[in-house]
Every structure is written in C-alpha cells, then in structure tokens.
Design a protein. Structure first.
Length: 345
C-alpha cells in the first residue's frame, strides 16, 4: 500500500513535488490499479520509488497521465499511445490511429454481444477485466458500456430469451461488482440505497409495473450505474423496483447517506407531487438519476447532474459531519477538564 502520510499538494503540483499514487488517482481520474498496469505492460508513467518501494509521482508524470487521457478520449487504444507521446508524434496520422482505435472499441462490443448471447462467462469477464484494468472508468463507461447498451437494446427487444439474457447479465455483473467492493475497503465510504420507480398504468394497479419501452433502457442503465458506484467505492443497498408509497415505509431504518431514485418515464403530475411531498419529509439526501429523471419536471431540485457529483456531495457532507463531531467532542473534553480543575479549587 502506498504511503498516504506524505503531505498532499494542490491540484497543480510544482515540478519539485512528489505525490503518492492515491493523490495522483484523485487528480487524474485514473485509479491505482490502472496506473500500475500502464507501467507494467506498456512502460508508461514510470514513477520514482521510496526506499520501501512506494511509488511517488512527479509533475511530469502527472502531465503525461493527462496527455494519455487526452489520447484515450480521442479513441486511441492504450497499446498505441506510447509512440504518440514521443517527439515524432507530430508526424503520425492521428486520423488513421483514431480510426483503428474506433475499430477496437467496436470489436469489443461485438465480442460482448457474442459472449452474452452464448452465455460465455469466461470471455465476458476477460473483456471487462481488460477494459476496466487498462482504462479510466469514465472512458469505459462512454466508449464501451454506454455504446454497447445502446446497440444491445434493439437486439434484445425481439428475442424470446430476453429475460434469460438479462438475468444472466445481472448475475455476471453482480459478481464483478461484489468483487470490486470487497477490495474497496468500504468502512468509511459513502453508502446509498438505490430504488427503481415503476411506471404505473392506472390508479388501480397495485403491483410495480415497468413500461416495456423504458424498462429495458433503465435496466441496462442500472447495470452501468452499479459498476460506476463500485468503481467509486460506494456501498449500495439495491432495493429493486418499489412504488412511491413504499418509500415512506423506509423511514430511518436504513443507515445510508443518500436515497438514489431511478424513475421510469411518464410519471403523471399527481405522482410527481406525491413523490415531492414524500422526499420533502426525508432527513437524508435524495437524488433522481437516469435517462428519464429529467421528465419529472416538478422535481428538478432533486435531479443529480452526475453520479460523481452525488458522491462528491455525500463525501463532503460526511467530512463536515466528522469535523463537527470532533469539534463537539473536543469542546466537551475541554469543559470536563475545566470542571475538574474548578472542583480541585
């Protein structure tokens, strides 16, 4: 484990400052596992080492990471980045490199489709392991997961085995998420409850019902969301599909930092009003996420701009609460000492 007791610096470190790998991950969005893989497999971002072997990164290392991220964002595969970082990169046909890399992501999507339709567990996990191990999660989310799910929807809808395939996909991704959480060290991490709000076809309907046109969209979005939360080291209680009325029964029984709601499309104005009244009574933070969250126009104050922003707000609130607790404890101890001194006199 890298030495996190070193003094951390601002977001723009000077050329003489050295940063531990955890701080570099925070600054660049590239996790420690990926940074180590870049170094080991491609000779990229070579850090300095302490006598005990801990990695320390220079400002030049961080600049190189930003440059690598820029090439990756353009669609260049990590295996083709190193030559582009050299002085000869100006002579390289960037358009050609990008075209080849676009083919790379497309090939990964086709391979995922094949693995899913054949229920090929080994190939499925190999593809995800490679992507999540070598690329920043936000890039994997954009280039692979979102692109794959967008192509997957029209392929799944007419299939007779759609529920079988989705159940298998749920299971395989759940095993991945569980594995990522187990190594994340979640004792002090943000904790959320996740609920999917159903589409209600009529007032008489008492069962959670998902609209066919939007259910698949939300189901695939939820899978990507759970992977993203795992990457952010968030502990998730997945409550599945619940009616709005059921949310009131949660009360304060769940010890979580926030309630995250994933609504279906076309909630009526009366249902939005019901949900708003309920959320206003909640003592914990509540957020709406997903492709259909913007359709709940009367609840715009609860719509989260991004998952990372939700976690940033939760983390900031937890840190503020911790500071306040320590301050109160310190004041209580000081008052106790003063009382003991007064008793002695």
């Amino acid at each position: 484990m890298e030495d996190h007791n070193l003094e951390l610096v601002a977001d723009n470190p000077s050329s003489s400052e050295l940063l531990p790998i955890g701080e570099v991950s925070r600054l660049t969005g590239v996790n420690a596992v990926t940074l180590r893989a870049w170094q080991r497999r491609f000779g990229l971002v070579i850090p300095e080492r302490t006598p005990k072997g801990h990695r320390l990164y220079t400002a030049e290392n961080i600049q190189q990471i930003h440059e690598i991220n820029a090439w990756l964002a353009k669609g260049v595969a990590i295996s083709k980045v190193k030559p582009l970082l050299m002085s000869s990169a100006k002579a390289i046909d960037v358009a050609s490199v990008q075209s080849q890399s676009s083919d790379f992501w497309h090939e990964q999507i086709l391979a995922l489709n094949t693995a899913l339709f054949e229920l090929d567990q080994l190939t499925f996990h190999q593809i995800l392991d490679e992507a999540l191990g070598l690329y920043p999660f936000q890039l994997v989310k954009q280039k692979l997961l979102q692109a794959w799910f967008a192509q997957l929807m029209p392929l799944l809808e007419p299939r007779l085995d759609v529920e079988l395939l989705l159940a298998w996909l749920d299971s395989e991704l759940a095993s991945r998420i569980g594995g990522r959480l187990s190594v994340a060290g979640l004792a002090s991490s943000p904790q959320i409850a996740l609920v999917r709000l159903p589409y209600v076809t009529s007032q008489k309907n008492t069962e959670p019902t998902l609209a066919p046109s939007s259910s698949l969209t939300n189901r695939l979005y939820c899978l990507a969301l759970l992977l993203e939360l795992a990457d952010l080291r968030v502990s998730v209680i997945n409550l599945g599909v619940q009616h709005i009325s059921s949310l009131g029964l949660i009360n304060n029984r769940l010890k979580v930092d926030a309630l995250v709601l994933l609504p279906e499309a076309n909630h009526s104005l009366s249902k939005q009003t019901e949900l708003q009244m309920l959320l206003e009574t909640k003592s914990l933070a509540c957020y709406l996420v997903g492709p259909f969250a913007p359709t709940l126009t009367t609840l715009s104050d609860y719509i989260a701009p991004s998952v990372t922003e939700i976690i940033r707000q939760i983390t900031a609130a937890k840190q503020q609460h911790k500071k306040q607790y320590r301050r109160q404890k310190s004041q209580a101890n000081a008052a106790l000492i003063e009382g003991e001194i007064a008793d002695e006199h």
